[in-house]
Write a protein that binds this ligand. Structure first.
Ligand SMILES: [Zn+2]
Length: 238
């Protein structure tokens, strides 16, 4: 037997098989990595994000604008906020205009008790002149200036009333009465129907006063309420 004669090396020798196993062991994970990375590139991951949070965010942002009907750009929170702000401002403007129109209509049935005046002692203020807080609103005005019925009604008092001096009380609907105090002259009688704006007397300084003014009082079911607030609620700005 010649020493040169050796059995031909088998294709499947242990050495070659182990080399192939190692090669596969490297190639497979690399291929897997490539496949994964190709399906999760930044461009496609956003479009395919259908998690509950993502879908609800999209559907919320697709709500049409209440005024323009426009559908805002998907997911643009700033645009959404801006549109909401515009809609709120428009709604407020409409509400203000409606309230103005309502007050303008009501105000036809009311008027200021005097025309030229300066608001002096306000409702609820304290003074040594009164035992309790001020139950009305004082309108400082010229002696003899016309005093007018703030609302249509029936005269229920016309005469002297202690600290009020010469006083007129008019009864109106809804349990309201208006009182006019410290008058210099009374030109209506009890039981008389008076229209809004009718001259009922003149500004004076009768009763418990330090100067010429009209004491204007509003009572609702006998309880004094703020006359300025009451007039303003009827569309009369004083
Ligand atoms: Zn007063």
């Amino acid at each position: 037997m010649s020493p040169k004669l050796r059995a031909p090396q088998s294709k499947f020798s242990i050495r070659t098989v182990s080399r192939k196993v190692i090669a596969l062991g490297v190639a497979l994970p690399v291929a897997a990595l490539l496949v994964i990375s190709s399906t999760s590139t930044p461009g496609t991951s956003v479009a395919l994000d259908l998690t509950p949070t993502a879908t609800s965010a999209i559907s919320k942002s697709l709500v049409a604008h209440p005024v323009t009907g426009a559908i805002p750009f998907t997911g643009d929170l700033k645009a959404k906020k801006r549109l909401a702000k515009i809609a709120a401002a428009k709604a407020k403007k409409i509400a203000t205009a409606r309230e103005r129109a309502r007050l303008a209509k009501i105000s036809r049935n009311f008027t200021r008790p005097v025309v030229n005046y300066r608001l002096s002692a306000s409702f609820g203020s304290k003074s040594r002149l009164w035992a309790h807080r001020h139950t009305g609103q004082d309108f400082a005005a010229a002696y003899g200036a016309p005093v007018r019925a703030a609302e249509s009604g029936v005269v229920v008092f016309a005469g002297w009333d202690g600290p009020y001096g010469r006083k007129i009380a008019i009864r109106h609907p809804n349990g309201v009465q208006t009182w006019y105090g410290h008058l210099s002259r009374i030109s209506v009688k009890v039981g008389q129907n008076v229209k809004v704006g009718k001259r009922i007397g003149s500004v004076g300084a009768s009763g418990n006063v330090t100067g010429t003014h009209l004491h204007f009082e509003v009572r609702k079911y006998g309880v004094p309420v703020n006359p300025v607030k009451w007039l303003r609620s009827m569309g009369i700005w004083v």
